[in-house]
Design a protein around this ligand. Structure first.
Ligand SMILES: *Cc1c(COP(=O)(O)O)cnc(C)c1O
Length: 359
């Protein structure tokens, strides 16, 4: 007789370790290729002496540093074990039955349907438009009296597309104010939209108690291995998120490293200029070879290769570059170091690859 586990978990794929092979270039996880700055490594090393002690469960110093950085109150900020934990916690604070709906564009961040199902709620997926961008009008129209939570991933993972400030404000104006809207800005630091249309969710969300913004230290700040993300929003939402937080899940090293990253943010954010330049170079080279590549505002590019996506991913891996295929939708390729990107471009733009994959 086997142990009784929720039967619905059978439809969630078991965790499979990410592929890696010796010598291969990994452009599959949107990580930063830069290691921690010396000041960040030093803060981590010093903190290891205190690892016999529990971390501050409320991440007080980090919350205070972030509140100051964003010009909000400490009560507006909560830390999560990566912002993916906050995605799950947002479902937990908004949904309590299968009638409750969580709405998001598709394709988008693969965690949304999983955390929705784990939270016993129901996913409502609104297809992206023909430009691989969130169809905000269709999303607003899909809100029902069962909708509890809306995720808007901007820039969108995995397509890289983004909406500007005006479009987001129009969207938020169309959403009833009892529906929580999470603006997932994991790639915010790679956006290069004109100042007037720059979609800073923290500014846009001010005075909107149903809007919560998710940011992370995993991407531009280069701390994917330590797990720290945060939410900025109305104190009522933040208090609820603190209630469902897994105790002590944001560890000591993550807290001090995140503070050190914030202190070194000018240097870290400067790095994003190199990534953005590489991203644009990759897009131009792929487009010149005949690929369709939507404009990206993140640290990756999207190749909508449809049914050929898995084959393209396998062929790229064979050429020594790990990328991320998504079913029959497309392939996401992270912008890495110039020499890594060159290796990918050499594969993708080789005549035999183009002949096989560019229709
Ligand atoms: C990477 C990512 C996150 C969060 O990552 P954490 O490492 O959990 O902070 C959140 N949302 C999207 C869309 C992402 O791509």
């Amino acid at each position: 007789m086997s142990a009784r586990i929720r039967p619905d978990l059978e439809s969630i794929p078991a965790y499979a370790p990410g592929r890696s092979s010796p010598g291969a270039v990994k452009l599959a996880s949107n990580e930063s290729t830069f290691g921690p700055l010396p000041s960040v490594a030093k803060a981590i090393a010093e903190e290891t002496e205190l690892l016999n002690r529990y971390p501050d469960n409320g991440s007080g110093e980090l919350r205070a540093a972030l509140a100051q950085f964003h010009g909000v109150e400490i009560a507006n900020v909560v830390i999560g074990c990566g912002s993916v934990a906050l995605c799950q916690e947002l479902v937990q604070i908004t949904c309590s039955s299968p009638e409750d709906e969580v709405l998001f564009g598709w394709r988008s961040f693969e965690a949304y349907p999983i955390v929705t199902q784990i939270g016993h709620a129901t996913s409502v997926q609104v297809p992206l438009d023909a430009e691989y961008t969130h169809d905000l009008d269709a999303m607003a129209a899909a809100v029902t009296d069962r909708t509890r939570l809306v995720f808007v991933c901007n820039p969108n993972n995995p397509t890289g597309t983004a909406h500007g400030r005006g479009a987001l404000i129009r969207f938020l104006d169309a959403i009833p104010d009892h529906v929580v809207v999470a603006l997932d800005e994991a790639y915010y630091e790679y956006l290069r939209l004109p100042e007037a249309d720059h979609p800073n969710g923290i500014e846009i969300g001010r005075g909107r108690p149903n809007v919560v913004v998710l940011r992370t230290f995993s991407k531009a700040y280069g701390l994917a291995g330590l797990r720290a993300g945060y939410a900025v929003g109305d104190p009522e939402l933040i208090t609820a998120l603190l209630k469902v937080h897994i105790p002590f899940s944001v560890n000591r090293l993550a807290q001090v490293a995140a503070i050190a990253c914030l202190q070194a943010r000018h240097e870290l954010l400067e790095r994003t200029d190199h990534v953005v330049a590489e991203r644009d170079r990759m897009r131009a080279a792929l487009a010149a070879a005949g690929y369709r590549v939507p404009p990206s505002h993140a640290n990756f590019v999207w190749l909508p290769l449809g049914a050929a996506s898995a084959d393209f991913g396998a062929a790229s891996a064979e050429a020594g570059v790990l990328v991320r295929p998504y079913g029959t939708d497309g392939v996401r390729v992270t912008a890495g170091d110039p020499h890594e990107n060159d290796r990918f471009l050499a594969f993708a733009t080789a005549p035999e690859t183009v002949a096989r994959f560019v229709g």
